[in-house]
Design a protein around this ligand. Structure first.
Ligand code: SF4
Length: 280
C-alpha cells in the first residue's frame, strides 16, 4: 500500500522548523550547558555559560534568533520507499519552505555566490541530503549551520598506519587550531572511514545525535569520551576565554574504508547547535 504526502506539507514543515530551530535551542544543548556549568572551574567560563543559557532563554521568549548567523539551511530527509510524494517537485518544495521560513522569521540570509559574494537573497539553495529507507514515513531534519564553526572543520586523508592514535591526534589538533573561532563550547562531529565525501557527510550527520546520548557502539562511545577529555584539557573554554568546557560532546560515526585509505572528517559545531526534526 503506497501512502501519499503532498509536498505542500513538506514546505510548511521546513518553514516552521527553520524559524523554530533558530529561536529555540534544543533541550539537549541546554542540558549540556547546565552540566558544563556544574563542572566548570573557571569563573569566567561559568559566567559565559550562564550568559549562553540566558541568551537562549531570551531568544525563546522574544522569538528572536539565538545568534545573528542564522546559517545555511542544511536539510536531511529520510524517505520511506513506500511513500509517494505528490503535488510538485520535492527540492523546490524544500527551497520554498526555506525561503518562507527565513523571510517570515526575519532570519539573516547567508547564502551567496562564492566569487562575487552576491547574496542569493532568500537563503536558498538549501543543502539537501536524501536517504531512501524502508517504510512509508518521511523524516525531515532542519539544521541551520553557522559559518564560523563550519570554517574550522577539516578533513584528513590519513595513511592507514596512523591508526586510532593518529585519528585522535587530528581531531584534537583541529579543535586546538580552531581556538575561539567556532564559538565554543562546541560539539565535534567526526566521520571516520568511507570515501573522502562520505567521511564529511558522516561527520555532519553525527551532529544530529542529541547531546548526552551514548554512541550505540560501545567501542565508539569509549573513544568519544576519551577524545572529549583530551579536548577539554586544552583549556580553550567557553567562548575561548579559558576553562574546562571547550566541547560539550564528541560524536563519531564510522564506515568501512578502502584498504589504502583512512579518511577522517571533523565537522565543528558551535554552541548554537540548532536542529529540529519532524516525521510526516
Ligand atoms: S559560529 Fe555559531 S555561535 Fe558563532 S557566530 Fe556562527 S552561528 Fe553564531
Amino acid at each position: 500500500m503506497i501512502r501519499e504526502i503532498d509536498v505542500k506539507k513538506i514546505t510548511e514543515a521546513v518553514k516552521v522548523m527553520c524559524i523554530e530551530a533558530n529561536e529555540k535551542l534544543g533541550e539537549d544543548v541546554l542540558a549540556g550547558f547546565q552540566k558544563a556549568l556544574s563542572n566548570e572551574v573557571s569563573p569566567v567560563g561559568k559566567e559565559i555559560l550562564e550568559q549562553l543559557i540566558e541568551n537562549a532563554g531570551i531568544a525563546r521568549e522574544e522569538h528572536i534568533p539565538i545568534c545573528q548567523d542564522t546559517g545555511l539551511a542544511v536539510i536531511f530527509l529520510e524517505i520511506g520507499q513506500d511513500l509517494h510524494l505528490t503535488g510538485g517537485d520535492l527540492k523546490e518544495a524544500i527551497n520554498l519552505g526555506v525561503r518562507q521560513g527565513y523571510g517570515d522569521g526575519f532570519l539573516r540570509k547567508s547564502s551567496c555566490h562564492p566569487f562575487t559574494r552576491t547574496n542569493t537573497g532568500d537563503n536558498t539553495p538549501a543543502v539537501i541530503y536524501i536517504d531512501v529507507v524502508p517504510g512509508d514515513r518521511l523524516k525531515i531534519w532542519v539544521v541551520p549551520k553557522g559559518g564560523g564553526s563550519e570554517n574550522m572543520s577539516r578533513i584528513f586523508m590519513l595513511p592507514p598506519s596512523a591508526g586510532l592514535a593518529g585519528i585522535k591526534e587530528k581531531i584534537v589538533e583541529t579543535v586546538k587550531e580552531a581556538g575561539p573561532n567556532p564559538c565554543p563550547p562546541t560539539i565535534i562531529g567526526v566521520g571516520i572511514g568511507g570515501t573522502f565525501e562520505q567521511a564529511a557527510l558522516q561527520a555532519k550527520k553525527a551532529l544530529l545525535r542529541p547531546i548526552g546520548t551514548p554512541n550505540p557502539d560501545p567501542e565508539l562511545d569509549q573513544i568519544e569520551i576519551e577524545i572529549l577529555g583530551l579536548i577539554n584539557n586544552l583549556g580553550i573554554g567557553p567562548q575561548g576565554l579559558g576553562g574546562r568546557t571547550t566541547s560539550l560532546a564528541v560524536h563519531v560515526r564510522l564506515l568501512p574504508c578502502h584498504i589504502a585509505s583512512l579518511p577522517v572528517a571533523v565537522n565543528v559545531q558551535c554552541h548554537a547547535s540548532r536542529h529540529k526534526e519532524v516525521t510526516l
